[in-house]
Design a binder for this molecule. Structure first.
Ligand SMILES: [Zn+2]
Length: 289
């Protein structure tokens, strides 16, 4: 699942090819139309396919930003509004001259939304598993969960926010891994980077926050930030379906010490897997206490 570095990579690539351009046409797949007719909400949320097309067609792309694991497109048509996108499990954007240019068949076959830009190229959203989300919002607060997201980890105040919540009565007895994967406490850190940061810190994923000193909590947060930054520079992690807008995979997965490993990269011990907060958590029983 794409986490902060992967989404940041996509945003950095979409920005230069889209800002200032107009969305001339919008196409929505039959799969999405059918799902909406059947009362399901595949990808496009809270608006009919035709309404979605009508809202976006003719709009100019003013800004493209990342907030946690979301992509915010600021669009202008009469006034400014937002198209907020979450990549879900397998969402990917491609910037191509035609759909046939999308590099892999599995992505070509699952294109669900196509924006034709005023330069004649396409911004196509492919989503194999269809857990991605698109929302047209007048403002961020129209989808209240967006307002609950923790500050950006690279911004001032993010560490204090993390410490305050991790030490609060509500969370202090919870497993540290569950805490750092909670988007209201730390933004953009999912299973992959939480696993790697805890491994680097030699910290057991189930350790209760109250049993970790403040100094170690600060070091853990700094370690998360460093890993997210390192991954951005490595083009993100490709476990299965993450691709950048040119169809390239990331390379951060080659630097993992623990995620997806059967043996600890430090000591060679066989790794163990625990279920924490509904997610499989890999750790080394020797190194991580
Ligand atoms: Zn080990």
């Amino acid at each position: 699942m794409p986490e902060l570095p992967e989404v940041e990579g996509v945003v950095r690539q979409i920005r230069p090819v889209s800002i200032g351009k107009k969305i001339e046409a919008v196409a929505v797949s039959d799969v999405i139309r059918l799902s909406k007719e059947n009362g399901k909400e595949a990808i496009i949320k809270r608006i009919e396919a035709d309404g979605f097309i009508e809202r976006l067609t003719g709009a100019q792309i003013v800004q493209v930003e990342r907030r946690s694991k979301y992509i915010y497109f600021t669009l202008r048509k009469d006034n400014e509004f937002l198209l907020v996108n979450h990549l879900g499990m397998s969402g990917a954007w491609f910037y191509v001259d035609q759909l046939q240019s999308i590099p892999e068949d599995k992505f070509r076959r699952h294109v669900h939304i196509v924006l034709t830009l005023s330069d004649g190229n396409l911004l196509a959203f492919s989503d194999i598993r269809r857990f991605g989300e698109m929302r047209v919002l007048q403002q961020e607060g129209d989808f209240p969960p967006l307002l609950l997201m923790a500050p950006e980890p690279f911004h001032e105040g993010a560490l204090e926010h993390f410490l305050a919540l991790a030490e609060s009565p509500k969370y202090k007895n919870k497993a540290i891994k569950e805490i750092i994967m909670d988007g209201q406490i730390v933004s953009g850190c999912g299973n992959i980077y939480a696993t790697e940061a805890l491994f680097k810190m030699k910290m057991h994923p189930k350790r209760a926050a109250s049993r970790i000193s403040r100094k170690r909590k600060i070091e853990l947060f700094e370690s998360i930030v460093a890993i997210l930054q390192e991954s951005i520079e490595a083009g993100g992690s490709t476990i299965s379906d993450y691709r950048d807008i040119n169809g390239e995979s990331g390379s951060m997965q080659n630097r993992f010490g623990m995620y997806g490993k059967k043996q600890c990269a430090n000591c060679g011990t066989q790794t163990k897997t625990l279920k924490i907060g509904g997610r499989a958590s890999v750790y080394c029983p020797t190194c991580q206490k």
